[in-house]
Design a protein around this ligand. Structure first.
Ligand SMILES: [Zn+2]
Ligand SMILES: [Zn+2]
Length: 302
């Protein structure tokens, strides 16, 4: 999945399934806006559906090969004959082609291709934008060529979505928040598929780092808070993270209690970073490990 990079006007036939497009490109291709969920373009005789996973607490999710797409109408009961709900409802017979995009980050719309109704619409009870329960119209849609879902978000995309949802939730006043939480508790938890890149850690590096700490956290200096399988429970942390290309080597690792491990990832303080860096240096010096000291200096620059 990569960004489409073409300054010239693009047409619908240029769109590649699985690629991401901007507002401008979608405007150009379809002649419709990217505002809201369902957009009709008369010039191209299309209906463009957007699933903005980052913009709503209750975004539509895939259930296998079916996406139950929520109709138009932000508050109050939805009507199947209202505006473009009707066009979508009749799309298997009205000659309008329906295209689907999914969005996880602003101005990055992944093209899923042409979709069709998989069955008749149904109604469900869901919260509206004010977290008041109301009846919504759901359109089960599937890919026209039935080869299954094209856009699988990466873990990073879902993380960025989660952040945006957190921002949405922070703005909900107390009473509405309680209502939203109550409603959420009645639903089944959502399951989302994501692709993830796992960086493998060398077990010898991890084990050596923990033994070197001798049962105590390299940050707070306290004994591990509990034991696991008879050993003090500490976690191996990479001072320069693997995700940021830090090496999986013991001149870059420390053993932390779970509390401190959380803290370093969440607080991300320069003081902790320097403290841990010096801790590693002192281990290497005490061990007279000249080779690793050299690698340490190259990595941290001192
Ligand atoms: Zn600690
Ligand atoms: Zn860590």
């Amino acid at each position: 999945m990569q960004q489409f990079n073409n300054a010239n006007n693009i047409a619908i036939s240029d769109l590649v399934i699985g690629n991401a497009y901007t507002n401008t490109q979608i405007n150009q291709a379809f002649g419709c806006s990217t505002q809201g969920g369902i957009n009709r373009s008369h010039s191209t005789n299309t209906l463009v559906l957007f699933v903005k996973h980052n913009k709503s607490l209750y975004d539509d999710q895939w259930d296998g090969d079916i996406l139950n797409y929520t109709g138009m109408g932000p508050t109050g009961p939805q009507d199947v004959n209202y505006s473009q709900n009707r066009t979508l409802n009749e799309s298997n017979t009205n000659g309008v082609t329906v295209h689907l995009f999914e969005c996880y980050r602003d101005n990055e719309y992944f093209y899923d291709g042409v979709v069709v109704l998989a069955g008749p619409y149904f109604t469900a009870t869901e919260p509206d934008v004010n977290n008041d329960l109301r009846e919504v119209v759901k359109f089960p849609i599937k890919f026209k060529d039935s080869t299954g879902r094209k856009t699988i978000p990466t873990k990073e995309m879902l993380e960025s979505c989660k952040k945006e949802k957190k921002t949405i939730v922070k703005k909900i006043p107390d009473d509405k928040l309680k209502k939203a939480a109550k409603n959420a508790g009645k639903k089944n938890p959502k399951k989302t598929t994501a692709t993830t890149t796992v960086i493998e850690r060398d077990p010898a590096v991890t084990e050596h780092t923990k033994r070197r700490a001798n049962g105590k956290c390299d940050l707070c200096g306290n004994y591990a808070p509990f034991k696991s399988k008879g050993e003090p429970y500490l976690e191996c942390h990479h001072v320069i993270q693997l995700a940021k290309d830090g090496p999986d080597a013991y001149y870059n690792t420390v053993a932390l209690c779970p509390n401190c491990h959380r803290k370093v990832h969440i607080v991300n303080s320069k003081n902790d970073f320097n403290f841990l860096k010096n801790k590693i240096k002192s281990y290497l010096e005490a061990d007279n490990d000249v080779e690793s000291l050299q690698a340490f200096k190259e990595l941290f620059g001192d």
